[in-house]
Ligand binder design. Structure first.
Ligand SMILES: *Cc1c(COP(=O)(O)O)cnc(C)c1O
Length: 467
């Protein structure tokens, strides 16, 4: 499989190149040159497979062909999902007739990002081994991504990982999931500043060419195609369980960077009949405004009880835009440049109408989200975290009649104990393997938000590991 950039000015690459590069050189995102399609017979043959096997089959057209063979990929998927708390890996729980929660939070860090990152970490090691290279992954996190990336890289031979978080501004569970990992190739930096400072520092490290090349910087943020590829299989698995390809389903996803819902849309491109995509937002509702009235204008980020969705500009949306603009990279590049310059994205009316035929937006504020958590508990006997509750509410409000809806449950409720206590009066307990999380020693470095200070920490760490 070859990949092209949504902005058309970067060379096409194979999967191995896309994995290591992350972003294309022209600032665009990589997308497959052509979508692989499964026939109905091929899809039916996947029904009931163990999840790791299904995941390997769905990911193979994207991943195999370079350094990674199908047996390699099967081994990686088995190893990645062996550590999950459920044999089903991604259990589908019926809440009421026609409404199902797809539980994506049974991995090591209790959020859906483990599904893709546990495989992506292994893919990095494998491709780097074949090339006899190492990389230093750097990233900034406000919550779930950092811990999932650290867990994915901690046992990898050819990867060092440095994650910046804003000191005192992540939840205690989220911070401890990062800082209690004791591995020589993991560096946590608590930055005196906010999340934007952390992100700016990471961008500045990538922009510093000598530093970038010396440390062979790489990233595993949600624009890396390997992340999307690793999220397609669970939508395929859930749809098959509900009767696809012989019956249509709908999907509802609580959305931040648009990665998870894009993966669901990719499943449709690959042959799974998904009638509708419901995009749930919190007060950061730019996508809902776009879908309601073609108003894609950035506002300031608002803090909510669903922090992993506190994002204004959803980077993965560019991939959808490219597809709906008939894969015209010139138009996509222009749209993105105008958006950056003006803060408002002008999308042609016919393109917007075409998106609306498949996507519906839905917004839920904090008070309504907490009330929905209470209602879900009362009506279904089910405990949903604030993100999952938005997806479930969106599914109920927007589902097409007569079509079962898969609502992505993206995080374990114990990750957000304060919000849960406000909603239902109890703090959910952590799974057994994390019971002592609050008592484990934390290891991290502190830094000001000066670039030179952060770079010195990362350089010393990487050089020590590469010595
Ligand atoms: C990351 C995250 C989201 C948002 O997912 P995107 O792919 O960025 O849209 C939603 N819920 C939880 C719990 C998350 O960690």
């Amino acid at each position: 499989m070859r990949y092209i950039s949504t902005r058309g000015a970067a060379p096409a690459r194979d999967f191995d190149g896309v994995l290591l590069a992350g972003l294309a050189e022209d600032g665009g995102l990589f997308v497959p040159e052509a979508w692989p399609v499964f026939s109905p017979a091929e899809l039916r043959a996947m029904r009931g497979l163990p999840y790791a096997e299904l995941a390997a089959r769905v990911m193979a057209p994207f991943v195999c062909g370079g350094a990674v063979t199908m047996p390699d990929l099967q081994d990686m998927c088995r190893a990645a999902y062996r550590g999950f708390d459920r044999a089903a890996v991604v259990p589908l729980v019926q809440l009421e007739p026609g409404l199902f929660a797809l539980e994506l939070f049974h991995g090591p860090t209790l959020a859906f990002k483990d599904l893709a990152l546990q495989v992506a970490g292994r893919l990095f090691d494998h491709v780097l081994e074949a090339r006899d290279q190492r990389v230093t992954i750097v990233g900034a996190t406000s919550g779930d991504t950092g811990s999932a990336a650290i867990e994915a890289c901690r046992d990898r031979a050819r990867v060092d990982i440095a994650i910046l978080h804003p000191e005192g501004r992540t939840s205690e569970v989220q911070r401890r999931q990062m800082t209690t990992v004791r591995a020589p190739n993991v560096l946590n930096i608590a930055v005196h500043g906010n999340f934007d400072d952390c992100q700016d520092l990471v961008k500045a490290m990538f922009a510093d060419a000598p530093f970038r090349e010396d440390l062979r910087l790489s990233a595993v943020n949600s624009i890396n195609w390997a992340r999307i590829a690793g999220q397609i299989p669970y939508f395929v698995a859930a749809a098959l369980a509900l009767g696809a390809p012989d019956r249509e389903v709908a999907v509802s996803v609580p959305t931040g960077n648009f990665g998870n819902v894009l993966a669901a849309w990719a499943a449709k491109k690959m042959g799974v009949p998904i009638a509708r995509f419901i995009v749930g937002s919190n007060a950061n509702d730019i996508l809902a405004r776009f879908l309601a009235s073609n108003d894609m204008s950035a506002a300031g980020v608002v803090e909510t009880v669903s922090p992993s969705m506190d994002i204004q500009v959803s980077s993965n949306f560019e991939r959808l835009l490219f597809e709906f603009q008939h894969r015209d990279a010139v138009v996509t590049a222009r749209t993105m440049a105008d958006f950056r310059a003006s803060g408002r994205m002008a999308v042609d009316e016919p393109v917007w109408r075409a998106v609306r035929r498949e996507f519906t937006g839905f917004t839920l504020g904090d008070e309504a989200t907490l009330a929905e958590i209470g209602r879900i508990e009362r009506d279904y006997g089910y405990i949903a975290d604030p993100h999952s509750a938005i997806g479930i509410a969106a599914a109920r409000a927007c589902s097409p009649i007569g079509i079962p809806v898969i609502a992505a449950a993206t995080a374990h409720p114990a990750k957000f104990p304060d919000a849960m206590e406000r909603a239902i009066g109890v703090r959910p307990t952590l799974p057994e393997r994390l019971k002592d999380l609050y008592h484990r020693p934390e290891v991290f470095q502190r830094s000001s938000n000066r670039l030179a200070e952060v770079q010195a920490l990362v350089r010393n760490f990487a050089h020590r590991n590469n010595a």
